[in-house]
Each structure stands twice: as structure tokens, then as C-alpha cells.
Design a protein around this ligand. Structure first.
Ligand code: ZN
Ligand code: ZN
Length: 210
């Protein structure tokens, strides 16, 4: 699969577009503010069809541009874990004054643990990874050896667990789960640069002595 990323919004959030080259079927993973347009431009240039917007979780910095994607591809389905859907139907933040309006919407379907999202010849497997948010998921492709980690795991850091909807104990379980993936797995996070599971296993201070 072919993967591109773009970063935008007040807290520099990463969004991704991933496509099966043979069929041109694509998914956008997260929709940070200012990120949908450049990702949609990539899809237009390559004549891809965006089939899905897959949301790793419902925090506003990952959902802001969702309507731009469904405006461009009305048949695209917006998927999120059911435990994070309330933040999509009632977007906002009690902690951060968001400098723009995020439209409310419901999910078209839910991302369930171990479910597969097909993109032509490729697929992404849903890994339910609560902790940072109750309905947080990662998306994993074994064939491409890539993990879209959302706000679970970052290069040399991990997602916050001091938010009102966080659970530090769940976070540890979720981190242990993804650390079982092969060392060479590329990690594309919701914030910051990409990394690998093996590199984080060695140098991530939040994963040591566990
Ligand atoms: Zn988040
Ligand atoms: Zn985030």
C-alpha cells in the first residue's frame, strides 16, 4: 500500500492517506485541521477513491476536518470505535478553546477489535487500544508491516493519560499489546515523527522496566 502523511492544526496532528495501488481504493486515517485538503489533493492527483475515514479516536485534533472528506467523497464511510463516538456527535474540548467549529456527525459504522478494513488487495486490522481515550484504536497492516498508532505510542513518548476520558491502567495493557508486534513494524503516530516498534522497545523511556 502507498502511504502519505500531512501535519496540521493547533497541536500539530498527523493525518494519513493509505491506498491500494492496483484498485486505487484509499482510506484517510484521522482528519486534523488543515490536513484533509492536502490529503484529498494527493487522492485527486492519483485518481484514488477515498472509501473510509478511519478515526483512531474522537479527540477534536483528530476529527476536525471530517466533513471536508465526506464532502469530497460522499460515499466515504466514517468509522470510529463506539466508545469514542460521543466525541464525534458532540465535538469540542473542555480543556482547550478550539479556534474553529467542528461539525457534529454520527459514525457510519464502528471499528471493532480485530475487524478488518479492506482496501482493494490490502487490509488494515483494527486493534482496540484504550487508555488515552476509551475508544482508541490502532490500525495494523501485517503485509506492509505498518502500525497507525494514533495517540497510543509516539517516538520516544506515549499518549497522555491525564485527560478526563483517559485510563492509565488500560494504557499499559494497550502498549504491551502493540509492543508484541515485530520489531521492524513502522509506527505512524498521531503526533511527531515515525518510528519502529523495535526502536521504541530499545529507547522509549515510557516502555522501560515494564
Ligand atoms: Zn488524543
Ligand atoms: Zn492527538
Amino acid at each position: 500500500m502507498e502511504i502519505h502523511s500531512h501535519t496540521g492544526g493547533p497541536v500539530a496532528t498527523n493525518g494519513y492517506i493509505v491506498a491500494d495501488q492496483r484498485t486505487g481504493h484509499a482510506a484517510i486515517i484521522d482528519a486534523p485541521h488543515g490536513v484533509a485538503a492536502p490529503l484529498l489533493a494527493i487522492a485527486a492527483r492519483r485518481k484514488w477513491t477515498v472509501k473510509y475515514l478511519l478515526l483512531t479516536h474522537g479527540h477534536w485534533d483528530h476529527t476536525a476536518d471530517h466533513q471536508l472528506i465526506t464532502d469530497a467523497f460522499p460515499a466515504a464511510r466514517v468509522l470510529i470505535h463506539r466508545l469514542d463516538e460521543p466525541k464525534l456527535t458532540q465535538p469540542g474540548s473542555a480543556m482547550f478553546p478550539i479556534p474553529f467549529v467542528i461539525p457534529s456527525r454520527k459514525a457510519d459504522a464502528y471499528l471493532e477489535d480485530n475487524a478488518e478494513v479492506s482496501l482493494g488487495d490490502g487490509k488494515l486490522v483494527v486493534m482496540f487500544t484504550p487508555g488515552h481515550a476509551p475508544g482508541h484504536v490502532c490500525l495494523y497492516s501485517a503485509a506492509d508491516s505498518v502500525l497507525f498508532a494514533g495517540d497510543l505510542l509516539f517516538a520516544q513518548s506515549i499518549g497522555r493519560t491525564d485527560l478526563p476520558d483517559s485510563n492509565p491502567r488500560d494504557m499499559q495493557t494497550s502498549l504491551q499489546r502493540v509492543m508484541h508486534l515485530p520489531d521492524e513494524t513502522l509506527v505512524y503516530s498521531g503526533h511527531g515523527p515515525s518510528t519502529t516498534i523495535g526502536r521504541e522497545r530499545q529507547i522509549n523511556p515510557w516502555l522501560q522496566s515494564r
